[in-house]
Write a protein that binds this ligand. Structure first.
Ligand code: NAD
Length: 260
């Protein structure tokens, strides 16, 4: 269904972004990967996606904290393929600390990667989408874009912020066959979450299994992690013509967490 389309996913060398890029490639889209990681490993992922799905898979090492580098990424994508149909703003990091102890440079870094990068990709991708009369922008927010938890000031602020950016983008593009939506996953088992498990175990003095059950999934009524495949399938749907009237929403994918 997405043959001939070009999709760029920020932060797609790992976790949710990689799952989304595989789902888009499986539907025939040519894909542009982005993110951190070793050149050899990223090269292997590109080759595998290209071979498995018979699509073009390229890579941009653009650092999402740097507007110039984001501009180069978008310009190179449009120069290479003449189009950019699907933009998924997914790159993100986390840091957990109480407000008074929250490192100022972490605040700046999280706001830059989790929020400002999406402003830059969006403003730079819109001209190409408008030229083609088609565009899909999917912002990976979080349950923490809708509700808060303690000790995640920067993350919660950035994820709420991206829901606001999503709404403005939707309104400014509403008449142009361009849609912009946010998806709000609950906990997904990825390296980002794995990195929190040992810390939480130490903080609470409990085992890893207890952290997963009693801390992470305590919030999630269906008692399991959301999967990258579920998020990939949702992104594919939002990218189709059939989803053309869906714009400006922030859709929870959280097993009932925000129903509390
Ligand atoms: P992850 O750590 O597995 O992947 C993060 C990706 O972002 C990686 O590809 C990494 O290289 C990239 N990245 C980090 N800093 C970057 C930078 N400066 N420039 C470019 N790329 C950079 O994490 P994940 O869990 O897959 O998270 C992906 C997104 O999903 C994030 O925005 C995260 O907030 C969001 N999210 C995750 C969960 C979860 O439970 N895992 C839940 C809700 C939302």
């Amino acid at each position: 269904t997405l043959a001939g389309k070009v999709a760029l996913v920020t932060g797609s060398t790992s976790g949710i972004g990689l799952g989304i890029i595989r789902a888009l490639a499986a539907e025939g889209a040519d894909v542009v990967l982005n993110g951190l990681g070793g050149a050899a490993e990223i090269g292997k992922v590109r080759e595998q996606i290209a071979a498995e799905f018979s699509v073009k898979a390229s890579f941009s090492p653009a650092d999402m904290t740097r507007p110039n580098s984001i501009a180069e990424m978008i310009a190179a994508t449009v120069a290479q393929s003449g189009r950019l149909d699907i933009l998924v703003n997914n790159a993100g990091i986390q840091h957990v600390a109480p407000l008074e102890a929250f490192p100022v440079e972490k605040w700046d870094q999280i706001l830059a990667i989790n929020l400002s990068s999406a402003f830059h990709t969006t403003r730079l991708a819109l001209p190409a989408m408008r030229r083609n009369g088609f565009g899909r922008i999917i912002n990976v927010s979080s349950t923490h874009g809708l509700i808060a938890s303690p000790f995640k000031a920067a993350y919660v602020a950035a994820k709420h912020g991206i829901v606001g950016l999503t709404k403005v983008t939707a309104l400014e593009t509403a008449e142009e066959a361009i849609t912009c939506n946010a998806i709000c996953p609950g906990y997904v088992y990825t390296p980002l979450v794995e990195a929190q498990i040992d810390g939480q175990a130490k903080a609470h003095g409990i085992s890893r299994d207890q952290v997963i059950r009693d801390v992470l999934l305590a919030q999630q009524p269906n008692k399991r992690f959301t999967t990258v495949e579920e998020l990939g399938a949702l992104t594919v749907f939002l990218s189709t013509e059939a989803a053309g009237s869906i714009t400006g929403i922030a859709l929870p994918v959280d097993g009932g967490w925000t129903a509390h």
